[in-house]
Structures are given as C-alpha cells and as structure tokens.
Design a protein around this ligand. Structure first.
Ligand SMILES: [Zn+2]
Length: 1086
C-alpha cells in the first residue's frame, strides 16, 4: 500500500522528473516508450536520508536466544558448519558473489523448450504462417512442423516463435488488412489502434454487429447460446469487444475457417510441467549470482549457500541492465517480491539466529548494511569493504579472524552471516525502542546522502562517523516525541484481541455462537516460539454493536466482568488489569465468558454497528499494555451508527466504465487514515472477518487491514451450515500462522540502483522504511528498483532486505535476506533471466494500485502497451531477423501474455456492473499483499481432470489448460486458484463415477445446492477427497468447495476462471489477446 493511501500519487500524464521519468502522456500516447509502472513516487529523495535501526554504544545485555540451530546460542560456539555447508568448488568459492554469471544458467534457456514449442507449433496448421489451406491469402508453404520456425532465429536465446497469428475460430471477427505492413491474418488488428480487445477499452467501431456473439465463443461443450449460458450482454462489453473485429466479419466470412489447434499457442501448463520435469525434486543451491530459480510451481529443495531462498525473494529478472537507458528501452520492470516470513519446508534448514551479545549486529558504518557474504575482508582480516557502498570498515576486535590463502575468513562456514543468504540477528535493546530508533534512522541514516560518485570509490569511514552520524546524535533523536518505549525496555509478547460484532445479523446467523465455541479450543494453538511449551501471546475479548463491551477475564475471578463504553467518540479502555491475559491461566474464566456471550445477546434487536471505534479500542488496549498485537474483528454490516468512521452506501454501478469508477475503490479518508497510522505506530495489525448481506464499503473498511499487514476475509450471506467450516478453517489458519510484529523493513542495494517503490499491506512514512504492524508467512512486499547510476557487470547488483520485528514471544530480532543479481549490458541476458511469475505479480500490484488514480481503461492500456514494448524490444534487440508476421517471444516470457490477459479480466480491472463492488474491492486489496505463488495461481488456476484418475497411485492428475475446450461432457474437473475451489461435472459424467463420489445414481439426481462431498468408502471418493484436502492444506486461505453442474446457472462463477477463454464479464480470449499483442508489437517496431 505504501503511501498511496495517504499521499496522492502524481497523475500518469505528469512527467516524472529524474530517473526513469514518465514521458508525457502516459496512457494517452501508447506508442511512446513507457518506463516504470503506475503511480510512481516522485523520483527525487526529498526526505532526509534514512536507515533501519542504528545501534548506539553500550547497550545492556540481551537474554540468550532460543536457538534453533546447531550454531549454539552465540556464534563463538558453533563449529559444525563446514559439514553442512561444504565450501563450493574453488573457482566458485574464490568469489562466489563477485563473478560474472556462471554458465550454469546459460543452459537454463535450453533448446529443449524451443523444440517443444516447435512441436506444438507444428500442429498449428491454420492461421499460423502462410499455411497451405487455412489462409486463402497466402501461398502454400512447407510442412507445418517447419514453417513457423524456418526463418526463426536459432534457439540460442530460448525464445518462442509464433507465426502470423491465428485465423482460427475467431477469424470472422478479425478485420481485413488495413495496413500494407500487416500480415495476412493480422491485418485487422492495427485498426484497433491502442485499444485492446477489452470491454470498455475499444472505441466505438462502426459497422454491423457480428453474428450474435457466437463468433467469439470458445468452441467446445457449453458454448454460448446454449441453454444455461447467459448471453453476453451487449451493453456491457459485447459491442465494444466486437468492435475492433467487426470490419473483418464480412471480409473473412468467405471460405470456411478450419478450427485452430489451441495447443499451438504457448501453454502455462506445459511450461509448468517442463520445469517440474527438469528441476523438480532437485536441490537448488543458491551459491551463484544471478541464478534463476525453478518456477514457483515446481517442487524443489533449497540449500542456502549465500543467497536468499527463492521462497523469501524472487525477482522479475536476475540480470539487471547496466544502464537506466537500457532499462527504459526494454521496459521490463526491475522488481523483487519479498516474503520475509515465508514458510520453510521441514526438509530445509530453518534460519539460524546469530547473537553478537551486547555489541549487536555488525553493520557497515556508512550504509548500515548488515554483515553478510558480500562484505570483503581485507588487510589481513582487520578491515572489510562493504559490498553495498564500498566503504572500508574496521573489523571489531571480537570479530577478528584470519584470512586463508584465498582471502577468505577461516571461519567463513561457521558463521551464518558470512556464508548464508538468510539468517537472523538477536537485536540489542537499542532496536527495541522501535519508534524512536525508527525516527533516528530517518534523521541519521547517512546512506542516501552519499552520492553515486563517492559511493563508487572505496572510502575509509572513520569510526567517528558511526558515533556522530553526520552531526546528528542518535541519543538526541532517540528521545524524540514519537517515542513510545523510550526506556530501553525489551519488547513485550504480543496480544490477540477478539472483537465480536453481536448485532442482530451475527446473532441470528449463528456466527457469534460459532466463533465463541471455536475460540475455546483454538486459543490452545496460539503461535509460539520454536520449541516453547506454550504461547506467550496474551488474549483479550470485546463485543460490540453500537457500544463496546470489554471483559475482565483475570484468572482470579470466578466470573468474567463486563464493562461498557458507550461513548464511542472518545474511545478508551475501561480496565487495565485483567483485559489481556494468558489463556492457559484464565482458561476457566474465558470459557465461561465464551459460553455466556451468545446467550447474553440472544434477544438483541440492535442492527446498527460501529467500526472505527472498535479498532481504536484495540489500539488503545495494546498501547496501555505496551505491546504489539493483532485484532480479530468479526463484523457483519456497514457501520451506520453515529460514531467516528460512520459510513454510508456509496455503491454506484453507474460509475462503472466512467472516469469516476476509481472512486468506488478509494477508501473514505479521515478517521480510517488516522487509524492506520495509529495502528502501525503501535504494531497493531487488524484482521477483518466480514459477514455482509449487502454492500459494506469494503474499500474503506478494508483500508486499515491493508495498511497494517492484516487480512480481509469475506463471507457473503453467511450461513453456518454452508459456510461455517470454510470460515473456521480460515480463522484457524489465521490464528495459528507464523507471524512477526511491529516490523520495519529496509531494502538496501549496492551502488547504482535503489528501491523506489513498494507494494504490500504496508505503511510508509518516508521513501525507504517499510512499516508493517505485522507480517505473516503469507504476506509479500513487492519492491521496484530504479537505476541512479551505471551498474557494473563485474560486481553485479546486490540487495539486502533487513526486517526488524518482534517475535511471538516478544524478542526483538533482525531477519536478513541477501540476494545477488547479475548485471549486463546485453538485453538478451535480461530477457533470458526473466521470471514471468514474478513479473505478473509486479504488474498485478502496480495495476491494482494505479486503478485508484486512473480510469480502468487507461490502466489496461498501460498494461498492454508495456507488454508490447517489452516484447518488441526483445524482438528488435535480441532475436535474429525474421518475418514481421511472426510473433517471437522470449522463452522466459512466452506465457506472459496469458497471465496479463487473465489479470485484465480479473474483477477489479474488468469493469462489469455484474460484479459486486465489494468483491472487486476485496480482490484488489488481498492481491496487494500476495506473493508470487499466490498471484501465479490466481491468474492461472489449476484445472485438474478427475474422470480418468488412477486411483491406485498417489499422483494428482496433470492439470490441463484453463479453457472450456478442455472440458468434456463426460468429465469431472477440479478447478482451484487459491481463492475458489470448484468441482465441475459434465452432463454425461458416467453414473458409476457420480455414484462413487456423490452417492447418487446419476448426474440428474445431484441436488442443485450441493456444497460438500459425502465421505464414502471407495477409491474414487477417497482419492478425490485426499486431493482436495491436500490442496486446502497448501493454500494460505481456506476455500469453499462449490460443486457445479454443467449448464447450471452457477457455472458462470466457474467459467470466470477459464482464463484462456473470453471472459464472461468482458475481456478477450487468450488467442485473441495474443493476436492483439502481436499487432501492438508490430506497431511499436514500425
Ligand atoms: Zn556500506
């Protein structure tokens, strides 16, 4: 979220000064090269230089760490390391982080995929290239297997080549050639100008409508027009969609068009399968700079040998261009997606915790980077040169170690911070004053004052710099007014406060009783430190409607006590002692309370609620207790009661596809903005469980959660029987998950580039410090980098993410993730090292942010234009000459178009009045904090055929492409995208299978509202349920199973996720989109 919620972003059309500036008319002149992303922050750094934490001298001691590693409780004791981390071979070991790219990953864009694509393309008889029969305008040519590739460049770059785009089932809608430069079957597309085939994106086109909308429908069972398939409303997008193609209808309607084989365009499932086949089951060692990791969908094991695991950090490319000019030319965003608390599988080593005692972590005097493998020891080990700013620092006496004949410290493999990409430091007490230290970092951090020129020269920093910090004494700053723990107090264990809306709706639905029952057992599973017997997280309880009720659940009480606060304008916490307690100690009183709550409000007829005062109450309680924590709010309706943060219904479908549509997603400012700041300042994260039966202004209600590292769960028209288990699964995962509190993250970089933009459930007070009231194992921050100087191929690009946080037991820790990338003056290196899944994460987050300030139409145009520029630049600079009619894609990006098209069809960006505004706002907000695996799955769901599964094996059937064409009437398919889970049944599904899975004789006997599978004792039922269980287990949120019968009305929900098809709410099919992108690329190239 960064500052966007608080600071108006510059409009797109406004030229950005400084590096990476936007050309004028961002969006209005699509052919202009664009650089960067939406809503970029001002490029200059007006704020004073900042840093993360800065230790001052003479801290008092810290308690010994609870070490989970064989390093022992402090670093002097460890010694078993060489076995675990054997030195890499001499060549690599000599300077594993400073070498030019090893050839290892040159082989990662091998010939095999290209050949595979060749084979795929071979079947592309029609529409691709001047095929013998399919295209009447082209002469016959050689056999299909050769033709798209015969002029293609050698596959040294591993690229995908597509012939002229297809004139397949869609050709009747494609316009005839209107440009002499246009290829035979693509000719119509230039007429689309800068307008992709999206609802709302095309300008009105004259001409008769196409023959129904049938021409656009995907072939296969259940095509539109059949019973049960609502026709696309022309008013929404049909006309606009059809527009660009209309001219072609007559022209192309002559000869019958043979159906195009959809296997011929790049396939995500194929790419996923290939990577799994090639890299699955292997150990991925992180000892090479710029190494591209396996895909997120691939099962692999990580061995940390100096770079952070891809579970923690992934990049859009692992080879940065050397200059800003090159970056601007290719328009590939330079980004990292950082998931600092990513779950580490059991077979991988958890992070080591390093304790340097009172001294605290060793940091570069100038840039404050933490000790890491990129520091080079010199002068016999007495000094080290910082890999980030080149400053030469003295090695503290206690840390001194001799160097071996290679110039490496002899204890290299005994110290995590010298040999690993990720590790933690025990923070000294200086780091515990989180806010004051944070203030200090803003004022005292000198790194940003160092100019690029001076940074490039090795400079000896006198140690006095450390103390005086450029004239600003830390001590002075530490007593700044923001101080909340100014007395060097250690942090306290966090608290979880459960805040239950007990208004009529939640009582009537049975939700209140459900929550209270669940908490009795759930609170035994509060997160705890590894190895700890019990959790130290405290708990507290509030109920509310128009007023708030606090409960004293002190263990000494026989009965819980309620205290009412009815003045919601001046929220305060009426009790200090007994509100936040240890669950184990107060179990009897708490259970008593949880038993009583549903009955106490059973007869309520209060339907109005407050909301902002509830959050305020939670923050105040944590403030009083001097701890961080999380609020779990279970809320039903739009807060209309007279109180701060009162909201009104501002949903207006008439705004859709207008300039004002963005206002639907902009949160109401004022109270909620201030609340977010209060929450972040206190380390108070807010998780919101919503149970609405109508519009609740989710854009506003979700604002605080999405600035505080929180989550938003939504259960519309909640019914305990139908949705109870789904909700409880979410709640359990949410309460139990690994999490850190009161976090501040800083991303440092080596000379020549820096982090300029941040996306996530975060808050930013300045341009560099990412504040998160909490950060859990599923939350990711996407960071964009820009050049501020040249990068060197020799030294590469280094980044260090340092996250200061409070553990669930109240310890202050620093978690460090380091990653080294290559730099190259050759764009081909960049394209070869791209990661599509990370790229689409970046595009999704930037587009979802941009839609707050720009019309959706503009946002979609920018997405397409940037994509076209990325691909055109590749074509122009990295591929061998070939016919303009061929679509040539870099191998690492060959499925990027299908993801991008899917992104543009997501609820937030599609602009359809059929979708609920709250649902769109919800999806926008949750995607903001998603990691790479989540966006990958969201934008390309898994469609798993089940009718032919081998019940004897444990293997899950391979997913097929997300298109209706892959469904069969006699089939049964599971579809999941991490948010939704469908079981689709074809009309001709074999009765035996239906019987075995559902225990009814046939398809027609299936009840319409079925939402769960019976537990049956046969192999089919068992296997299917085990597949579903394992999927649910892997995903961050629970998914409710929806059983969909072919041609039922509910099938619309399912069809939205068939992302290769035309979207039911607007948006082009993959095939059409690829044609369109090809056309845009050609425009760029001419
Ligand atoms: Zn430095």
């Amino acid at each position: 979220m960064s500052q966007q919620g608080y600071v108006a972003t510059p409009p797109y059309s406004q030229a950005q000064p400084g590096m990476g500036g936007y050309p004028a008319g961002f969006g209005s002149s699509p052919a202009q090269p664009l650089y960067g992303h939406y809503g970029g922050q001002p490029q200059s750094f007006p704020a004073p230089p900042t840093g993360l934490m800065k230790p001052v001298s003479s801290p008092s001691g810290m308690p010994p760490s609870e070490v989970s590693s064989q390093y022992g409780s402090n670093i002097q004791q460890n010694g078993a390391h060489p076995q675990r981390y054997p030195a890499p071979p001499a060549a690599a070991a000599a300077s594993p982080y400073g070498q030019p790219p090893n050839s290892t990953y040159h082989t990662m864009a091998p010939q095999a995929p290209a050949q595979q694509l060749t084979n795929q393309m071979g079947s592309m008889n029609l529409g691709y290239g001047p095929g013998p029969m399919q295209n009447p305008q082209a002469p016959p040519t050689s056999p299909p297997a050769q033709q798209p590739f015969q002029t293609a460049p050698p596959p040294t770059m591993g690229q995908s080549t597509l012939g002229p785009p297809p004139a397949g089932p869609h050709s009747p809608q494609m316009a005839p050639p209107q440009s002499p430069l246009a290829g035979p079957s693509m000719g119509g597309h230039p007429s689309m100008g800068g307008h992709p085939p999206m609802g709302g994106m095309g300008r009105p086109f004259p001409g008769p409508p196409p023959p129904g909308s049938g021409g656009f429908q995907q072939p296969g069972p259940g095509a539109a027009g059949q019973p049960g398939y609502p026709q696309q409303p022309q008013g929404q997008f049909g006309g606009q969609m059809a527009g660009p193609f209309q001219g072609g209808a007559a022209h192309m309607s002559g000869p019958p068009q043979k159906k195009l084989d959809p296997d011929s365009i790049p396939s995500t499932t194929q790419v996923t399968e290939d990577d799994q086949a090639k890299r699955g089951g292997q150990v991925y060692t992180t000892n090479l700079r710029g190494q591209v990791p396996p895909l997120v969908t691939t099962d692999f094991t990580v061995q940390d040998q100096g770079n952070a695991s891809p579970r923690f950090m992934r990049c859009t490319t692992y080879s940065f261009p050397c200059t800003a000019d090159l970056a601007k030319q290719c328009q590939v965003p330079l980004g990292a997606i950082i998931k600092p608390f990513a779950t580490v599988p059991k077979n991988e080593t958890p992070l080591y915790v390093v304790n340097h005692g009172e001294t605290g972590p060793i940091r570069c005097n100038r840039c404050k980077a933490y000790m890491c493998p990129y520091m080079q020891f010199i002068d016999g080990g007495r000094r080290y040169q910082c890999g980030f700013c080149n400053c030469v620092n003295e090695v503290p006496t206690f840390y001194f170690q001799h160097l071996d004949h290679m110039g490496r410290r002899v204890d290299l493999y005994e110290r995590p911070e010298l040999s690993l990409g990720s590790y933690e430091f025990e923070a000294t007490l200086d780091y515990c004053k989180s806010r004051p230290a944070f203030s200090a970092s803003i004022r005292g951090e000198p790194s940003q004052t160092v100019t690029a020129e001076t940074k490039q020269r090795p400079v000896l920093c006198p140690s006095s710099t450390f103390l005086t910090n450029g004239g600003q004494s830390d001590v002075t700053v530490l007593t700044a007014p923001r101080s909340k723990q100014a007395n060097n107090k250690p942090a306290s264990p966090p608290a979880y406060i459960f805040m239950i809306d007990v208004s009529y709706a939640n009582i009537k639905s049975g939700l209140v009783r459900l929550v209270c029952e669940e908490l009795k057992t759930l609170l035994d599973n509060l997160p705890r430190e590894d190895g700890a017997e019990s959790s130290t997280v405290k708990v507290g309880f509030v109920t509310y409607n128009k007023i708030l009720h606090f409960y004293n659940v002190k263990s000494a009480l026989a009965q819980p006590q309620m205290m009412v606060v009815s003045d919601t304008a001046e929220m305060f916490v009426p009790l200090l002692d007994g509100f936040l307690v240890n669950f184990q100690e107060s179990r009897a009183v708490i259970n008593n309370l949880l038993d009583q709550i549903p009955d106490m409000f059973a007869d309520t007829n209060e339907s109005e609620t407050v909301f902002a005062p509830v959050i305020q109450a939670g923050v105040e309680a944590l403030k009083t207790a001097e701890c961080s924590g999380k609020l779990f709010i279970f809320h039903s309706s739009i807060p209309t009661a007279e109180a701060p943060g009162k909201l009104k219904n501002r949903d207006d479908k008439k705004l859709i596809n207008t300039e004002k549509e963005k206002t639907l997603f902009q949160p109401q400012k004022g109270v909620y903005e201030q609340l977010s700041k209060d929450c972040v300042s206190q380390g108070c994260s807010v998780d919101l469980f919503l149970f609405p039966s109508q519009y609740v202004d989710l854009a506003t209600m979700g604002d605080v959660p999405t600035h505080t590292g929180g989550s938003i769960f939504k259960y519309s028209n909640f019914q305990v029987e139908m949705d109870g288990e789904h909700f409880l699964s979410d709640l359990r995962k949410d309460v139990e998950k690994a999490i850190g509190f009161d976090a501040i993250m800083r991303v440092r970089t080596s000379t020549g580039f820096r982090a300029t933009n941040f996306f996530g459930a975060i808050h930013m007070n300045n341009t560099t410090d990412v504040e998160m009231a909490a950060v859990d194992c599923d939350k990711a921050v996407t960071v964009e980098f820009k050049h501020d100087d040249k990068l060197s191929e020799e030294t590469g690009a280094l980044m260090q993410c340092a996250l200061l946080y409070t553990t669930v037991s109240g310890q202050r820790r620093l978690r460090i993730h380091n990653l080294s990338l290559n730099c190259s003056a050759q764009l081909s290196e960049l394209y070869k090292s791209c990661e599509t899944d990370a790229l689409i994460n970046f595009f999704a987050k930037s587009a979802y942010r941009a839609m707050l300030n720009q019309p959706l139409k503009t946002v979609r145009e920018i997405l397409v234009n940037q994509t076209a520029h990325m691909l055109a630049c590749y074509r122009k600079n990295c591929s061998s000459p070939s016919a303009a009619s061929q679509l040539i894609l870099p191998d690492a990006m060959k499925v990027f178009p299908v993801y991008l098209n899917s992104l543009m069809k997501t609820g937030p960006l599609v602009g359809s009045a059929e979708l609920s505004t709250d649902d769109r706002a919800h999806q926008r907000l949750i995607a903001t904090a998603m990691g790479v695996e989540d966006t990958q799955l969201l934008l390309y769901p898994r469609l798993i055929p089940l009718h032919n599964m081998d019940v004897a094996s444990d293997v899950v059937p391979a997913p097929v492409r997300c298109s209706e064409e892959r469904l069969t009437d006699a089939g049964m398919f599971l579809l999941e995208n991490g948010r939704s889970l469908f079981l689709w049944l074809g009309q001709a599904c074999p009765p035996e299978l239906v019987q075995r899975v559902f225990n009814v004789p046939s398809f027609t006997h299936l009840p319409a509202d079925l939402s769960s599978l019976p537990v049956l004792d046969n192999p089919q039922s068992k296997k299917l349920r085990s597949i579903i269980d394992s999927l649910l287990d892997q995903r961050p949120s629970a998914m409710k199973l929806l059983i969909v019968k072919q041609k039922d009305r509910s099938e619309m929900l399912f069809r939205q996720h068939l992302v290769e098809d035309k979207g039911p709410h607007g948006g082009a099919s993959y095939m059409d989109f690829l044609c369109y992108v090809h056309c845009e690329i050609r425009q760029v190239l001419t």
